[in-house]
Design a binder for this molecule. Structure first.
Ligand code: FAD
Ligand code: DHB
Length: 391
């Protein structure tokens, strides 16, 4: 089997890349280890920056996002018994949309299938050709599909297979540098049947830990709170979850987090990670395959989208004009944005979480920094610019 671009992984990065290439008349095949049902039902990110919305709209896959997503013009910070609004639009002229990642996936799968795109779900034993193959002009990917061992030959292989995928390890250790930090806490996430508690997202810092009130739709809400990353969901009864959320987010002004039936609970660990460069020969990485951010800044899906936007332009220039300069510049261009998002996600995480080993001095400095953000237009502008992705 032969194609122009072999894409490993059907997350937001892989699917959007395949779609953008198709719009430029470039052929690709996407290999995905999971089933279509699984990728369309996995609950993950929720926030799209304006730049991501623009890319999805320009690519013709934004119709449902515009109709069903919720445009938000501000966020709130809650700490020390007060809530402070940050007016994203007034400060930056931009907004964000809350539209779940799995809905983006559903829209992209539908667009690819409608255009006759080749998405091979349930592909197992996916392996990139040896380093020599990837370094040459004839890289290939072997896999098993429908019980048959197959080989996909391509001009390029794009690793969009997430943090635990097989692509990143193919960049030779001597070429690659990994940067990382793990955090001593995780997020407990729940999905709840209820009306929204708030018109805007609330990021709360409390001595008991961080909490986040987000939303999914008029009838389903998404809430998170900081927890031990090694804890287990079974240790958390619904009552215990609600009392923790009430304690962390409410400020005794009568407003309350709305309770409802909790129909999903999960715990995620938190890390910052960057692999540089994001390329080796004819292998390019995009999205979580190359970098991870802690979710506090809501950047992960947005970085995946901006990576493949850059890559699609570089591949277009290669196929239309034989130009390799954008391909050569891809890693540096992508990493510039990645590091900015890494910085912001680390900063938001440090600002809003409770660190068990913080000294009383460090705790007071953290509160002073929150006060500084809440009272300084300059600090709010910096937060807002990073949050909406105006960089
Ligand atoms: P993935 O979505 O991980 O997709 C990779 C795909 O590759 C998967 O479908 C996987 O099955 C497949 N795969 C893996 N290995 C192989 C293999 N060997 N062969 C073939 N296929 C393979 N980001 C935001 O921007 N905003 C947010 O609000 C936000 N909130 C988040 C909340 C949570 C709880 C979590 C967990 C993440 C959040 N993120 C957020 C991050 C965001 O979900 C990820 O950054 C995003 O999914 C990255 O997309 P991707 O396509 O690079 O990788
Ligand atoms: C959501 C996730 C985030 O990481 C974030 O910062 C804001 C919202 C969400 O899943 O809704």
């Amino acid at each position: 089997m032969r194609t122009q671009v072999a894409i490993v992984g059907a997350g937001p990065a892989g699917l959007l890349l395949s779609h953008l290439l198709h719009l430029n008349g470039i052929e690709s095949v996407v290999l995905e280890v999971r089933s279509r049902d699984e990728i369309e039902a996995t609950i993950r990110a929720g926030v799209l920056e304006q730049g991501s919305m623009d890319i999805l709209n320009d690519a013709g896959v934004g119709e449902r996002m515009r109709k069903e997503g919720a445009l938000h013009h501000g966020i709130e910070l809650a700490f020390a018994g007060k809530r402070h609004r940050i007016d994203l639009t007034e400060l930056t002229g931009k907004a964000i949309t809350v539209y779940p990642q799995h809905e983006v996936i559903i829209d992209l799968v539908a667009a690819r299938l409608a255009a006759g795109g080749q998405l091979l779900f349930n592909a197992s034993h996916v392996a990139l050709d040896g380093l020599e193959g990837i370094g040459t002009e004839r890289p290939s990917v072997s896999f098993v599909h429908g019980g048959q061992a197959q080989r996909l030959e391509a001009d390029f292989v794009i690793g969009c297979d997430g943090f635990h995928g097989v692509s990143r390890p193919m960049i030779p250790a001597g070429v690659r540098q990994d940067f990382q930090r793990t955090y001593p806490f995780g997020w407990f996430g729940i999905l709840v049947e209820s009306e929204p508690s708030s018109d805007e997202l609330i990021y709360a810092q409390h001595e008991r830990g961080f909490a986040l009130v987000s939303t999914r739709s008029p009838t389903v809400q998404r809430l998170y709170f900081q927890c031990d990353p090694h804890d287990h969901v079974d240790n958390w009864s619904d009552d215990r979850i609600w009392s923790e959320l009430h304690a962390r987010v409410e400020i005794n002004d009568g407003w309350k987090v709305k309770e409802g039936r909790i129909f999903q609970k999960n715990i995620i660990g938190m890390r910052s990670f960057v692999c540089a460069p994001m390329r080796s020969g004819r292998l390019f990485l995009a999205g979580d395959a190359a970098h991870i951010v802690p979710p506090t800044g809501a950047k992960g899906m947005n970085l995946a989208i901006s990576d493949v936007h850059l890559l699609s332009r570089a591949l277009d220039a290669f196929y239309k004009r034989g130009a390799e300069d954008l391909l050569d510049g891809y890693s540096d261009a992508a990493l510039k944005r990645v590091w900015r998002a890494e910085y912001f996600s680390w900063w938001m995480t440090r600002l809003l979480h409770t660190f068990a080993d913080a000294s009383p001095f460090e705790r007071q400095v953290q509160l002073a920094e929150l006060e500084n953000v809440a009272s300084s237009r300059a600090m709010q502008t910096a937060l807002a610019e990073n949050y909406v992705g105006a960089f």
